[in-house]
Ligand binder design. Structure first.
Ligand SMILES: [Zn+2]
Length: 302
């Protein structure tokens, strides 16, 4: 798929500037979108870009330079760093930003994300710098912008999204991407997250994703993501209604004709669907002793 070329720095609204973290790659696509929020002398930055130890293609110096140019031109500093989730392409740049000799952050910078688990959080190099963990539905304000924090797991257990009240913009991190589909770790949680987006008490006008271009019709994209997952789930159920199947057999039926390179991702997708359906007692394993495992519609559903 040809990805849309993104500008390094884009003014997206009177209170949001997107700065591309200069870390292109298979996972980060064009690179991670980082967003500078607010209109005053102290601003919020959502996400931080990569660590070169994890992504050697990450050009940290160039990213810091772009950030510095923009911060200088609008005469502000970062006083709050909000992280959508722990994955390195979103948190790997935290230390670099706070320690940069360019002075990108103000004196008492706040660094905040949701808790993922003590051990996981303690593995993050900057964990000692946390100010506090995010709280679902809390409101974070800066001059010119009000962000509502949403706990939105599914892509990762600690995933946060942020709703910008003034503009009706939803920052979805990696739960909804600008193009290509999102990777899901836990589909039960992920579907709940999509439902949270769908049932916000205020309209989702645009989506500013963690990767890729702005989504102009946010509400329609949320619905498209929900329908896409439901269609896939129904395809899997239709197959299993005919006969018990292994994941490879499901892959061949549900993703007939798929390019070999994409098969590992498609298998992962089938796995997360099966986990969700097993969780919901809709599907069960045919026999634990037979390899490869085959899946069937649960007896209680027949
Ligand atoms: Zn990402």
């Amino acid at each position: 798929m040809n990805l849309t070329a993104l500008e390094n720095v884009s003014v997206l609204s009177s209170r949001v500037i997107r700065i591309l973290a200069q870390n292109p790659g298979v996972g980060p696509l064009q690179g991670t979108n980082t967003y500078l929020i607010g209109t005053g002398a102290n601003r919020i930055l959502i996400d931080s870009g990569d660590h070169p130890n994890v992504n050697p293609a990450a050009n940290i110096e160039k990213y810091h330079q772009l950030l510095n140019e923009k911060l200088t031109s609008v005469n502000c500093k970062i006083d709050t760093l909000l992280l959508t989730h722990w994955h390195s392409d979103h948190t790997g740049g935290v230390e670099g930003i706070i320690k940069s000799s360019l002075g990108l952050v103000s004196h008492n910078v706040n660094i905040r994300k949701f808790r993922c688990g003590k051990a996981e959080d303690e593995r993050l190099p900057f964990h000692n710098s946390y100010t506090s963990h995010l709280v679902d539905r809390e409101v974070i304000e800066t001059e010119g912008a009000t962000l509502r924090v949403l706990y939105t797991p599914g892509h990762a257990t600690d995933h946060a999204s942020f709703y910008l009240e003034e503009d009706g913009i939803l920052f979805t991190g990696d739960c909804i991407l600008g193009e290509t589909s999102a990777l899901v770790e836990n589909l039960t949680d992920y579907m709940k997250t999509l439902n949270i987006y769908k049932t916000l008490d205020k309209p989702v006008k645009k989506i500013f994703p963690g990767h890729g271009p702005v989504v102009e019709n946010g509400a329609a994209k949320v619905e498209e993501y929900i329908q896409h997952r439901m269609k896939r789930e129904n395809q899997i159920l239709e197959c299993l209604k005919k006969e018990p199947m292994s994941t490879d057999e499901l892959l061949a039926s549900v993703y007939a004709g798929l390019n070999d390179k994409l098969k590992p991702l498609a298998l992962k997708n089938i796995d997360v669907h099966l986990e969700k359906l097993i969780d919901e007692n809709i599907v069960e394993v045919l026999s634990r002793t037979e390899q490869p495992l085959k899946y069937k519609i649960a007896d209680c559903r027949l």
